[in-house]
Ligand binder design. Structure first.
Ligand code: GAR
Length: 227
């Protein structure tokens, strides 16, 4: 008998990306050849430069301008309607600078992913690079995580660390961190699209079959003779 291999019908995931500004992280996702359909890019600001980039890549764009809504609840409700019209499996916050209501977060439980420019749980909120410099930390970085109603918290998927240099300004440090954001964000979304990560009952991210080596970063670097 001739046994044909059974075709496995794995549905490709669909994602919607939310932005507010330049969209460099969104661009990193668009350029990463991810195993998913990028259904749309939605911005809360009509003048977000990222919208033009998305159009150049042939991605549908929408604007839900927060200024047109009297409160967070009504903005989030309209945003949810817009998102739901694309029926995404994941909603990816790529520099989306709005605090989301608990109702919105609950609606998309385990489907909302954010990137934040710090090693969470340190430096949630704004001005992360200036605050890290102010504190004199030697290592800073970025985090991709599931969104919970606790702003800039939630199960961590991947982090990247960079050294903080003596002559750093918030801008130079931001640029070093942003380079790493562009590396880890596509990686996290790829894992999610391939169902390679899951959430434990304790709310921790578990890797299904990945080697979890990582590598140490010491900053400033140690003298070799004493290393
Ligand atoms: C990125 O650094 C991102 O981590 C940050 O906004 C920047 C957007 O840049 N997001 C947050 O601070 C969210 N709390 P981009 O528009 O060039 O991707």
């Amino acid at each position: 008998m001739n046994h044909k291999p059974e075709s496995v019908n794995v549905a490709i995931k669909s994602i919607v990306i939310l932005i507010s500004g330049h969209g460099s992280n969104m661009r990193a996702l668009l350029e990463a050849d991810l195993p998913c359909k990028i259904a749309a890019v939605i911005s809360n600001r009509a003048d977000a430069p990222g919208l033009e980039i998305a159009k150049q890549y042939g991605i549908a764009t929408k604007v839900v301008a927060h200024r047109n809504y009297p409160d967070r609840e009504s903005f989030d409700a309209e945003l949810a309607l817009c998102i739901d019209s694309y029926r995404p499996d994941l909603i990816v916050l790529a520099g989306f600078m709005r605090i989301l209501t608990p109702q919105f977060v609950a609606r998309y439980q385990n489907k909302l992913i954010n990137i934040h420019p710090s090693l969470l749980p340190a430096y949630s909120g704004l001005s992360t690079h200036a605050r890290a410099l102010q504190d004199g930390v030697k290592i800073h970085g970025c985090t991709v995580h599931f969104v919970t109603s606790d702003v800039d918290h939630g199960p961590i998927i991947i982090q990247a660390a960079v050294p903080v240099l003596m002559d750093d300004t918030p801008a130079t440090l931001a640029a070093r961190v942003l380079d790493q954001e562009h590396r880890i964000f596509p990686q996290a979304i790829r894992w999610l699209c391939n169902d390679e990560i899951s959430l434990s009952t304790e709310g921790k991210v578990q890797m299904k079959c990945l080697e979890q080596s990582g590598c140490p970063l010491i900053s400033p670097k140690m003298e070799l003779a004493h290393a």
